[in-house]
Design a protein around this ligand. Structure first.
Ligand code: HEM
Length: 230
């Protein structure tokens, strides 16, 4: 069992981060023109798109910054601002709310992708696959946070010590979460799997779009005489 735990929580994080950066650099340099999130707004803009998209993006961005602050701020620094118990409570309240908003938004977008014939026809296997992984990930994350509501502060902080141990290349960092529940562990392994897949999916627009969107020229569609910022 130690072998499996050290593989998934000691080595996999470094493998996933390396694969992520190699993939991103490869796509940015070698196959720059293939990076895009196939937009479907111009096919049909409806209720589900209007509300689902902002809900998903707002929720997931909040969860992202929650993970960065939650996992990587050393506990002694957190204590400059608030007691650790308060941090745990805020993580539960804000994390659960943001996670549910993201899940609801994503389910609305999935529903639209499924019922709209035009949108469904433009969906590729990788669109469905990454959406499936993210839904599983959010559900596992929400389940983990629900477990946190009933666990001790020490159990909650174990993830911070583990993540920060990885940053400092502590070889035994994985031992911090050895006794953690299986839901957390599945969430973490699936998270790293998403990171490995990231450069080969539409998630790449997260990196490219904020940088290039404001300066890029509009796109012209063959079926249309007007150009769009998509
Ligand atoms: C691989 C890196 C990841 C690690 C180490 C990680 C770790 C965690 C941990 C420890 C929790 C429980 C927090 C608590 O008890 O308060 C959690 C919650 C959660 N995670 Fe992750 N996670 C990762 C990736 C992701 C990704 C990629 C997503 C979304 C696509 C995600 C979505 C969530 C959600 C929605 C929650 C519940 C709400 C919250 O606490 O923010 N996680 N994660």
């Amino acid at each position: 069992m130690d072998y499996v735990n050290s593989l998934f929580f000691g080595y996999l994080p470094y493998i996933a981060v390396t694969a992520f950066f190699i993939g991103v650099i490869y796509h940015c340099i070698v196959s720059d023109k293939t990076i895009h999130a196939t937009s479907t707004i111009f096919l049909q803009k409806d209720f589900f798109m209007r509300f689902g998209s902002p809900m998903f993006h707002f929720g997931i961005i909040l969860v992202f910054f929650g993970h960065i602050f939650g996992l990587f701020t050393p506990p002694f620094m957190v204590e400059w601002i608030m007691p650790l118990e308060l941090k745990r409570m805020l993580a539960i309240i804000i994390g659960l709310s943001a996670g549910f908003i993201a899940l609801l938004g994503l389910l609305m977008l999935c529903f639209r992708r499924f019922v709209s014939v035009r949108v469904r026809r433009t969906s590729s296997f990788q669109d469905w696959f990454i959406v499936f992984l993210i839904i599983v990930q959010i559900c596992l994350g929400l389940a983990s946070t629900i477990v946190t509501t009933r666990s001790s502060l020490a159990d909650y902080l174990a993830f911070d010590y583990w993540a920060q141990g990885l940053v400092w290349f502590e070889p035994d960092a994985w031992k911090f979460i050895l006794a953690s529940g299986i839901i957390y562990k599945l969430h973490i392994v699936n998270g790293f799997f998403i990171l490995i897949c990231f450069p080969y999916t539409k998630l790449m627009h997260m990196i490219r779009l904020p940088l290039l969107y404001p300066i890029r020229s509009n796109k012209l569609f063959p079926s249309d005489t007007t150009s769009h910022k998509l």
